[in-house]
Design a protein around this ligand. Structure first.
Ligand code: ARG
Length: 446
């Protein structure tokens, strides 16, 4: 092989991280060969011990790659043959790298999805802890980044928590479809040997074995689904990052990060930067890129295996790694966050945020909502034009006592009492829902 082709095609430099899963798959394959009568009990035992020894070499960092190790699969088989001679040379019976790599990558992805799901649950819990530290805290809720209505901090943070729990749920969906074993599909068309793919599937904890060998070796939809789940999770994390950037700015000043989660400036001595939040925002770019990159690789590939598929690995590894980095750092950052209750409450007590309550009060007196909306809009316009406070202004309309209570601190929040609303009434329901969703997800993934 020309050196330039070798450099292009070798993947050991990045797929060696698959060693544990490749060895796990090979051990199941050995037991399958034994049951099929293709290996004696003695040969199978030798091979299993050899594979364990190779695992130890990788785990302890002493595995010596050979110049001929093209990928993790050839490296392990080469070493098995060195250690066990002819018995090692039987390892690849009734198997191709095509079903092998698909099996290994599914096992790897299944474990990595679990790591991400559990790390996401930790972040959800950190949000819950922050809410619990500030049970009465409230802030303006925004639409169009303009102050809209007051909301409890817990309600606001729960909005992120519910989105993250859907991400965990999506990872569960991806896991369910991924959990099918390709082992036994061979290069494309199976084998003439009497193997039992269901047996090796069950050894590896798969739900079942493939139904179609060509599908088994050629599709990477499970990689695409994992990358989509990670990309969308990354998009949610980027929104949270953006919010922290805003909250920790002098302009908002709703919160500050613990010193250990901020960085300084190489020039400006006063700077305390929210890099953690910016990186959470920025990483979403490559997560989306990894997904679109893979989809383009898959598009138009003829059946069945094509070497293009080797391009599935680096984006997958990268997305898992980056998402975990962000999840762990953000979990720490929320744990360190000082929420400035008073600053946020002052912003939430902006009396213009009572406008909807004025309108709703008129509605409860029988005024059609559109007319109430217009009336309050006129009051707001007048307040803005004259500089007279809205509360003061409405106090001069007939029987205005009914409006006075609406301006009392916290009143608008108390009035948000419909199901799922931002006030204290819905708080218990939401946290019960969140707690049971977290417990369900933990049970499923642990
Ligand atoms: N390293 C390869 C991959 O990632 C393994 C499969 C190679 N198969 C082959 N027919 N060349 O896809």
């Amino acid at each position: 092989m020309a050196k330039t082709l070798w450099d292009l095609s070798e993947s050991f430099s990045f797929d060696r991280v698959l060693y544990a899963h490749d060895i796990e798959a090979s051990k199941a394959h050995v037991r399958g060969l034994e049951v099929a009568g293709l290996l004696s009990t003695q040969e199978a035992a030798t091979l299993l011990a050899t594979l364990d020894a190779i695992f130890e070499e990788f785990a302890s960092g002493v595995f010596e790659p050979a110049a001929s190790d093209e990928d993790i699969h050839t490296a392990i088989e080469r070493r098995a043959t060195e250690l066990a001679g002819d018995v090692g040379a039987k390892l690849h019976t009734a198997r191709s790298r095509n079903d092998q790599v698909a099996t290994t990558l599914r096992l790897f992805t299944r474990d990595a999805l679990r790591d991400v799901a559990l790390a996401t649950l930790e972040l959800v819990e950190a949000l819950g802890e922050l809410s619990a530290l500030h049970p009465e805290a409230h802030l303006p809720g925004y639409t169009h980044l303009q102050r809209a209505q007051p909301v409890l901090l817990s309600h606001h943070l729960n909005a992120h928590a519910f989105a993250l729990l859907r991400d965990v749920d999506r990872l569960s969906d991806a896991r369910r479809r991924l959990n099918v074993s390709p082992l036994g599909a061979g290069a494309i068309a199976g084998t003439s040997f009497d193997i039992d793919p269901d047996y090796t599937a069950s050894l590896l904890g798969f739900e079942r074995a493939f139904a179609n060998s060509m599908d088994a070796v050629s599709d990477r939809d499970f990689v695409a689904e994992a990358l989509f789940g990670l990309a969308l999770l990354g998009v949610h994390l980027s929104r949270m990052g953006e919010e922290l950037v805003l909250w920790t700015s002098a302009e908002f000043n709703f919160a500050s990060l613990g010193d250990e989660f901020t960085t300084g400036s190489s020039m400006l001595p006063q700077k305390k930067n929210s890099d953690v939040a910016e990186l959470a925002r920025g990483k979403s770019g490559r997560l989306i890129g990894n997904l679109t990159g893979l989809l383009v690789v898959l598009k138009g590939l003829p059946l069945s295996y094509n070497r293009d598929l080797q391009e599935d690995k680096e984006p997958l590894f990268d997305s898992f790694r980056q998402v975990l980095l962000v999840l762990r750092a953000l979990t720490g950052a929320y744990g360190s966050l000082h929420f400035h209750d008073e600053v946020a409450a002052a912003a939430a007590n902006d009396e213009l945020l009572v406008a909807i309550d004025l309108a709703e009060e008129l509605v409860s007196e029988g005024v059609p909502f559109r007319q109430a909306h217009e009336q309050v809009g006129l009051w707001v316009a007048e307040s803005l034009a004259t500089g007279r406070s809205l509360g003061d202004l409405v106090s001069s309309v007939p029987s205005s006592e009914r409006f006075g209570v609406l301006f009392e601190s916290g009143a608008a929040l108390q009035r948000r009492s419909s199901p799922g609303a931002s006030g204290p009434h819905a708080r218990a329901d939401q946290s019960a829902l969140l707690q049971s969703a977290i417990a369900d997800a933990r049970a499923r993934w642990e």
